[in-house]
Design a protein. Structure first.
Ligand code: C2E
Ligand code: MG
Ligand code: MG
Ligand code: MG
Length: 276
């Protein structure tokens, strides 16, 4: 009887594997078609500079305008894209789209707008990245100062030497580099000091209770001091309330991003930021 039940378990397991494989295979086709048909689009979330009260840039956040399932958030498709090793394709697609947007905004509103782009580990460690970006700058005739690449601490720390070289080259080209989700990964402060990055983005999880929890306030204060001590700018992510904004202003945070300022919005809705 025991052998029998083991068999049943094995069979179930195998069927599970097969349907998982089948699902991924179907998904791969959907995703590739999605790239082909330009179903992936960018939404933009403004970043507010607290020193001059101006919008200093916009973070590009990918969405999938799926023909059958509607507008999908990254959490629902990034894991599949990662399993299928298509993250690098997504990043190239997003980079192109972001540069295209910079060019379009400049043409339409005569403004140089900085767009922040999320770059994953695979893409950041790709030796082709620099060349790809140079080609895009040329293709769309945009200035490198309009690009801000967001990478996480883990991207930097797993391949420190390569990451350091890439960041130095990007900086020399005039492209900004920011550390995203700061505080959630592992980073060595010694390396952080040496990295020629522009900005540290404090993860939303620390901001959530910054106005109500003393330990969180202490942590965020230290992160602001640390960033400034290292000569970097610091932005708080996920600001949802007036109280959080007030606290962040008081402790000298340079910039904020979050629903309180604006949710991510489609390109057409950016107009209001330029026609005032
Ligand atoms: P992230 O880069 O840390 O982006 C911030 C996320 O927080 C975004 O979620 C944004 O919509 C959300 N957010 C912003 N303000 C608030 C707020 O006040 N409250 C709350 N609760 N959330 C807020 P989103 O767009 O779902 O993206 C999630 C993650 O997916 C991003 O985290 C980023 O790691 C990744 N991602 C998004 N777009 C891209 C992309 O184009 N390429 C790559 N490689 N990754 C992307
Ligand atoms: Mg980001
Ligand atoms: Mg983040
Ligand atoms: Mg993130």
């Amino acid at each position: 009887a025991q052998a029998e039940s083991q068999n049943v378990a094995t069979v179930k397991y195998k069927t599970g594997m097969q349907s998982h494989g089948r699902r991924l295979l179907a998904m791969e086709k959907e995703i590739r078609d999605g790239f082909e048909n330009n179903e992936f689009v960018l939404y933009f979330q403004p970043q507010l500079n607290l020193l001059n009260n101006r919008i200093e840039g916009f973070e590009a956040l990918v969405r999938w305008q799926h023909p059958a399932r509607g507008l999908l958030q990254p959490a629902s498709f990034l894991p599949d894209i990662e399993s299928l090793n298509l993250l690098s394709d997504l990043d190239s697609y997003v980079l192109d789209l972001a540069c295209q947007t910079v060019a379009r905004l400049q043409k339409e509103y005569h403004r140089r707008v900085t767009i922040a782009i999320n770059i994953t580990a695979v893409e950041f460690q790709d030796p082709q990245l620099i060349e790809n970006i140079q080609a895009l700058l040329f293709k769309y005739q945009i200035t490198p100062r309009c690009l801000d690449l967001e990478i996480t601490e883990n991207v930097v720390m797993t391949e420190i030497a390569t990451a350091m070289d890439t960041i130095v080259i990007l900086q020399n080209m005039g492209i900004k580099v920011s550390i995203d989700d700061f505080g959630t990964g592992y980073s060595s402060l010694a390396y952080l000091r040496k990295l020629p990055i522009d900005k540290i983005k404090i993860d939303r999880s620390f901001i959530e209770e910054v106005a109500s929890n003393d330990s969180d306030l202490t942590i965020v204060k230290s992160m602001v001091e640390l960033s400034h001590g290292l000569g970097k700018r610091v932005l708080a992510e996920g600001v949802e309330t007036e109280e959080q904004l007030r606290v962040l202003r008081n402790i000298g945070c340079d910039a904020v991003q979050g629903y309180y300022i604006s949710k991510p919005i489609p390109e057409a809705a950016l107009k209001k930021y330029f026609t005032r």
